[in-house]
Structures are given as C-alpha cells and as structure tokens.
Design a protein around this ligand. Structure first.
Ligand SMILES: Nc1ncnc2c1ncn2[C@@H]1O[C@H](COP(=O)(O)OP(=O)(O)OP(=O)(O)O)[C@@H](O)[C@H]1O
Ligand SMILES: Nc1ncnc2c1ncn2[C@@H]1O[C@H](COP(=O)(O)OP(=O)(O)OP(=O)(O)O)[C@@H](O)[C@H]1O
Length: 597
C-alpha cells in the first residue's frame, strides 16, 4: 500500500506555486484579509484573479514574494511553496528576481532617472553580462513601445507611459512567475491589446506562470486559461473564465464584477454555449444579422440611419455661451517639445464629456490647465467668460474639482475623515455643515466604515474612492475626473458614476478622462478624441464611436457593440449606432418579432 502511495506521489508533478491554509491579518487588525486559502498553480498557467475591491487580491499576491509578512508584519499562518520549497526562509531580494511583480501604482516601482535606466535595473541585479542586459532592455523597450522615450526622465512621463516602463522592467527580468496587478488600467485600448499579446507570447514561449489581477474583463477573459474569483479573502469560483462568466453571472454582478459586453450580448441572444469555447465575434454578428435581416430592415426603411458628421468642434451659439472656452491653446514645456497644439474647445455648462486619446496624447496636460496646474504657453482659457489666470487658487478650487490619475497624489492627511474635511475647512463653511458634507460624501463613496483609518492602509480602490469623496464634498461646478476608475470594481464604478451623473443632471459639468470605452458608451454624451496634442474628433458619443478609421489613428478601439452595429450596417442592415447592451435589448424588442426576452 505504501509503495502505491509513493508511486502516486511520484506521478503527480510538483505544483509551481502552492498555497496551503494561508491566513493573514494586517497588524493592529482583527479582520482576516485572507482566510484559509489553498491553491495549486501549474508551471505555465495563465490565471486571471478577480474580485471586488478590497477582497484581498493584492494582499494574496504579495505573499508570493514575502512582502507579506516580511515587510507588512501582521499575523500570518500557512505555507507558500515554490517548486515544493517552503518560502519561509527565503530572502525577499532573492525572490524578487524569481517572482516579477507589476504593482497597481507604477510610481512605487520606478526609481531611476530615465526610462532605459529603469528597465535595466532588474537585469543588472541578476548579474547578467552587459551585452545581455542591453539586449534585454532593447527587447523590453520595443515590446512596450517606448523606444522613442528611452532617454526621457521618468517624472515627465504620462500615467500610461509610466505603466509601460514598469511592465518593461519586469519583462526584461524574464522571471519564472509574473504577477501583474491591473497592468493595463492606465493603458489606451491599443496599448492594452499589445501588452496582452505580449503576455500570451511570454506564457507560450517561455512557460512563464502568469497571475493577472483585473477588474476590466473585456479584453482579458479570452486569453487566460483559468479564472479565480475571490470574495472576502476566500476563493469562491475556480475554472475556465468564459464558463464562470456565463454560469455565475448573477453572483458576479452582485459582487460588482461585470461581465464583458461579449458575454452579455451572448446571453441576451440566448446563444448555445460550450463551456470551454469562447463565442467568436463573427458568431455573435451572424446571429444578430439573422435576427435583424428581413423584418427589421423593412420596418426601418422609413427612418434610415444617416452617417454621422463628426466636426472639429461644437461651436456655441451667442445666447448659449460656454462654461469653459479654450482658445488657441499651446503648451511647450522647458525641453522645447510641443505637448498641446492649437486646442480650441467649448464646453457648455451641464455637459458630460469624455476626453479620450492614446497614452501621451495630452489629455492630462489639457485638463491640468483647467486648475491652473499648467499655464498656457500661448492661448487662453475662459471659465464662465473670465480668463482662468484671473482666478485665485482658492476661487478656482471652489469652481473646479480635479481628481488626479493617481489617488496618492492628492491624499495627504492621516485619517479618512480628516482627508475629506481638509478642503472644506479652507472654505469658510459653518462647522455643522462641514460635518454633514463629510458624512454624506463618505457615505456616497461607501467609506463610512473606514472613517478613522489611515488612508494608506486602504486598498487602491478604496483610496481612489476617498479622493473622490474629498472632491464631492466641495460641490464644485466642474468635475474633472482623470481616470477615476483605476483599481475599482464595476459595482463601485457604477455607483460612483451614477452619482456623478446625478450631479451632472443637476447642472454640474463633467470631464471624464478614461481608457474604458464601455464606460464612455454608458455615461458620456459627447466625446473629444486627442491625438499627439491635437483634437482629432469631437461629437456625440455614438457618432464618434462610428468613426473607426480615425479612432484607430488615436489607438482607440470602440466598444464591441459599436463595432457590431457598424458591421451590421455594412451588411445593409439598418441599425443605429447603439452603445449599450440595454439599448440593444430595447432595439431588438421593438424591431425584431423573433426576439423574445
Ligand atoms: N496595511 C494595511 N493595514 C490594514 N488593512 C489593510 C492594509 N492594506 C490593505 N488593507 C485592507 O485589506 C483589505 C484587502 O486589501 P487589498 O489591497 O488586498 O484588496 P484588493 O482586492 O487588491 O482591492 P483593490 O481591487 O481595491 O485593489 C482591504 O479592506 C484593505 O483596506
Ligand atoms: N514637463 C514635461 N516635459 C516633457 N514632456 C512632458 C512633460 N509633461 C508631459 N510631457 C509629455 O507630454 C505628453 C502628454 O502627457 P499627458 O500626461 O498629458 O498624456 P495623457 O494623454 O494624459 O496620457 P495617459 O493616457 O498615458 O495618461 C507625454 O508624452 C509626456 O511624456
């Protein structure tokens, strides 16, 4: 009997990563962030780790290189094994070479002066010959498309460029295990595609074991072999991504994990699925074409859809003067480059505008001019008809609420409540009103339970919500949100953007900078697309999303449904440029007798 057991043990390959009864609490806290986690990962597996904000994903992956508990402290039990070896006695600096980690906030891992220097840091520490270091740096620069910025200073990079540098640095190390904590959150859609292709290649060619944490599932669910869903420090689902997304849709939605448009449309059309096969775009297109072919075209003949016009800019009429008016704006930093080139833009009070563009297009620089963070090299900006230069900083911060791309750039107090109270205390508001506004905005952002916590002990998503709460409390007329969804699950994003939409309906003007096209489709009425410092497109959302050629130039891939509608129209089917799955549902209900919901 013993010898049989031995044989079984020999036949079973040792797991690449094994977690045994992992349980963990942070210092000075009773709550278990990880609760009795058990997991085995094979070498070369590509795993997608998802779960609501704050469920413990980042905490879990930090156990793999012993940042937890070595650096964090706290109460840790259970074992982490790599190739069957308990990591308990391993040194963090040695593990850092085996387990590559791209953190949520790239700034925490960029510490050299220039892009190329930063990428070479890892390979140099592996003790590789200089020729090999240089060759790896070149390959990594090419892979993350940063060749042209190789000698640029890190502090001048845009958010997406920083994220690419952090990914490049890890690629150059060629680690056996690569953990990526939301690596594409700041990347433009074309850049995201590129990074994902790269990961797939790394996984196939080098058998790198990959753990990818993501909230935005539309582009990642197809490439991973396995999906692990976490909630409250435990795994609740483990299986093929598409199968889990279809089978567990209701539970996932309750947790705030939103299925990609492809699975939603697939569900809506009641298409048969085979658990292991992801439906192709072509199959969904074919099914929609079948449903809409005959009756729908006949019914719609009278109101044929017209090709939209996307203009250079929406000009205001005399009586409807813009709230924001940007005239001939140029921005040239000290290095002589031209970041903004003759920007002309009018934004009316109460508009909900999305500002899109490739990484480094100039979105943040443009938006930063609205709070006086940047000063025009040429041209001017009028707010309510008055030149922005004539507002004092205090007056401007009352009018414009700016949410930075990285929440850590604007959080500086030592408790959650103090952070929200800070701006209000500088505004000559009675004390009881301040407390009311603080409570309301913490409540809206679901942070009441963390009132006395130090902001840096919050998860990234929670910190992002705290930064939003501080701005909402000030009730500004113009809200500029620079990639506010990073680190958030869909449930929290929807709650937050619904709240912003409510404020927008009450007259607040909103500028949303994002790389998440499904959110743009859902919330924005107008889209402005930038390319290399200029405005490329400006118009109603559906119209802009129909201009695929120009969007392509700016590295933007419109949402799946926009592409489906375009392709259906190319087949002669008269369908308007729909943006959301609920619009598609209404359209099918109205125009397609065969469709039953
Ligand atoms: N240093 C710390 N001290 C105390 N609690 C902490 C600390 N760091 C994180 N936490 C808490 O642990 C929980 C899990 O955090 P973690 O960052 O692992 O979540 P996550 O699933 O990665 O979230 P997100 O998707 O928002 O990044 C959160 O409730 C967070 O507030
Ligand atoms: N002070 C500076 N000196 C030199 N170049 C700069 C400076 N500030 C910004 N840049 C460059 O200007 C370009 C525009 O940056 P910006 O942050 O506005 O881009 P973005 O469209 O917001 O990009 P992302 O989507 O990556 O956040 C980038 O290529 C950046 O490297």
């Amino acid at each position: 009997m013993d010898s049989m057991l031995e044989k079984v043990a020999v036949a079973r390959p040792i797991a690449h990563i094994k977690l045994e009864n992992l349980t963990y609490s942070y210092p000075h806290s009773d709550s278990q962030i990880l609760s009795d986690i058990n997991l085995e990962l094979k070498k070369g597996e590509f795993v997608l780790l998802v779960g609501p904000s704050g469920c413990g994903k980042s905490t879990l992956v930090r156990c793999l290189n012993r940042l937890i508990p070595e650096i964090s402290g706290g109460s840790f039990s259970g074992r982490v094994l790599l190739h069957g070896q308990d990591l308990k006695n391993e040194k963090i600096n040695k593990l850092a070479l085996e387990v590559g980690m791209v953190f949520q906030n790239p700034e925490t891992q960029l510490f050299r002066m220039t892009v190329a220097e930063d990428i070479s840091f890892g390979p140099e520490n592996l003790g590789l010959p200089i020729i090999e270091v240089l060759s790896r740096v070149e390959k990594a620069l090419k892979a993350v498309r940063l060749e042209k910025l190789r000698d640029h200073f890190i502090f001048t990079l845009s958010g997406g460029e920083k994220q690419r540098t952090a990914i490049g640095g890890n690629l150059a190390m060629e680690p056996e295990i690569l953990v990526l904590d939301e690596p594409t959150s700041d990347l433009d859609p074309a850049g995201t595609q590129k990074v994902l292709e790269l990961l797939r290649k790394l996984n196939e060619e080098k058998q790198t074991t990959l753990i990818l944490i993501e909230h935005k599932l539309d582009s990642v669910f197809e490439i991973a072999d396995r999906m692990l869903v976490m909630d409250k420090g435990r795994f609740i689902f483990d299986g093929k991504p598409f199968e889990i997304l279809c089978r567990e849709e209701v539970t996932l939605k309750k947790l705030g994990i939103h299925p990609p448009q492809l699975t939603e449309i697939f569900h809506l059309l009641e298409m048969d699925y085979e658990a292991s096969i992801v439906p192709s775009y072509e199959n969904v297109l074919k099914r929609l074409a079948e449903l809409l072919q005959v009756p729908a075209t006949r019914q719609l003949e009278n109101h044929r859809w017209q090709k939209p016009e996307t203009s250079g800019s929406i000009l205001p009429s005399e009586e409807n003067l813009p709230f924001v008016r940007i005239e001939n704006l140029y921005y040239r930093p000290e290095d002589g480059s031209e970041i903004l080139k003759n920007i002309n833009l009018n934004i009316k009070s109460g508009e909900f505008l999305a500002l899109l563009g490739h990484n480094g297009a100039g979105k943040t620089t443009l938006a930063g001019h609205l709070i006086g963070f940047y000063r025009p090299s040429f041209g001017r900006i009028l707010l309510n008809g008055k030149d922005i230069e004539r507002y004092s900083t205090a007056q401007l911060s009352k009018k414009v609420g700016y949410l930075f791309q990285n929440p850590d750039s604007q959080i500086f107090m030592d408790s959650v409540t103090k952070e929200v109270r800070f701006g209000l205390e500088n505004m000559d508001i009675p004390k009881d009103k301040i407390e009311k506004l603080v409570d309301e905005s913490l409540e809206t952002m679901e942070l009441s339970a963390y009132k006395d916590r130090h902001p840096h002990s919050l998860s990234r998503g929670q910190r992002q919500r705290l930064a939003v709460a501080s701005i909402l409390a000030l009730e500004p007329d113009l809200l500029v949100l620079d990639e506010p969804t990073t680190g958030q699950d869909r449930g929290h994003i929807a709650k937050f953007l619904d709240k912003i939409k409510e404020l927008n309906k009450l007259g607040k003007t909103v500028i949303l900078i994002t790389h998440d096209m499904e959110l743009v489709a859902e919330y924005a009425e107008r889209v402005v697309v930038m390319k290399q410092g200029r405005i490329l497109l400006d118009g109603p959302t559906a119209n802009v999303f129909s201009n695929t050629e120009k969007l392509n130039e700016a590295g933007i891939i419109p949402p799946l449904l926009s592409r489906l509608c375009l392709d259906l129209r190319k087949q002669g089917i008269n369908i308007p440029p729909l943006l959301t799955v609920s619009e598609l549902k209404c359209f099918l209900q109205e125009h397609c007798p065969e469709f039953k919901d």
